[in-house]
Design a protein around this ligand. Structure first.
Ligand code: DX5
Ligand code: ZN
Length: 232
């Protein structure tokens, strides 16, 4: 059932450069304050990295954390499920306050059904690709997605180095989106900082996830976000 307060990413212009701080790099002992600061610092979206210790070798957070921080920001919550069985958790993250949910094309279960399940709640949908997964794997799902997330690191941990070989895939997916004529966001996640922001934008990305480069310098959130947005 659609929730009128929900802010799916379809409400944001997919031709604009948008910045999505990842709370994976925030202070987990003060998450509400960091989420509030990210909004005040000019973020467009809050990116929530969810890990199950199975699809990726790390555990991060669950629906309870999303519920706990929901009241600290009016920005869309962009939930990235790095889970083997995402369909089991869609309802819980929707109820916790997710506005958008991205699953991995490599996850178990019927991808199209899970995307439909997300959409049935009025949330926008996304598909993410590990670095080793080709863009062609997206082809069957283009009508069900509002966002494509290209991982520019191996998923599982923040603070890794940017994988420049993903630039070619970003450009390939940019062409795929443009040919489809559909308003699909092209999001990138992993090692995004001032230098790499320019390169991924030139390759065609419009939605930049950044954890370490935004949260690492306490009190300098606004400058870090602005630097990513204006990187030339
Ligand atoms: C990897 C995570 C990270 C995180 C951003 O699974 O998804 O990419 O969001 O990390 P940074 O910006 O610190 O590389
Ligand atoms: Zn992510």
């Amino acid at each position: 059932m659609a929730n009128p307060k929900r802010k799916p990413l379809t409400s944001l212009d997919c031709r604009k450069t948008l910045i999505a701080p990842s709370i994976l790099a925030a202070d987990f002992a003060n998450l509400g304050a960091d989420v509030k600061a990210a909004e005040a610092g000019g973020a467009d979206v809050i990116h929530v990295d969810v890990m199950d210790g199975h699809f990726v070798p790390n555990l991060s957070l669950g629906p309870g954390i999303v519920k706990a921080i929901r009241g600290y920001s009016s920005l869309p919550f962009d939930v990235h499920l790095m889970l083997s069985q995402p369909s089991r958790y869609i309802d819980a993250f929707v109820d916790a306050g997710a506005d958008h949910i991205t699953i991995h094309v490599e996850s178990e279960g019927a991808v199209a059904c899970t995307l439909e399940q997300i959409r049935s709640h009025g949330c926008s949908t996304g598909l993410s690709l590990r670095p080793g997964t080709p863009a062609s794997s997206l082809a069957p799902y283009l009508n069900w997605i509002d966002l494509i997330l290209v991982m520019t690191v191996e998923p599982g941990f923040g603070g890794q180095s940017f994988m420049a070989e993903q630039l070619e895939k970003i450009a390939e997916i940019r062409s795929l989106i443009d040919r489809s004529g559909r308003p699909i966001h092209l999001e990138v996640d992993g090692g995004i900082a001032r230098d790499t922001a320019m390169r991924v934008r030139k390759a065609g990305a419009n939605l930049l996830v950044a954890g370490s480069s935004v949260f690492r310098e306490k009190g300098k959130l606004a400058e870090a976000i602005s630097a990513l947005r204006s990187a030339q």
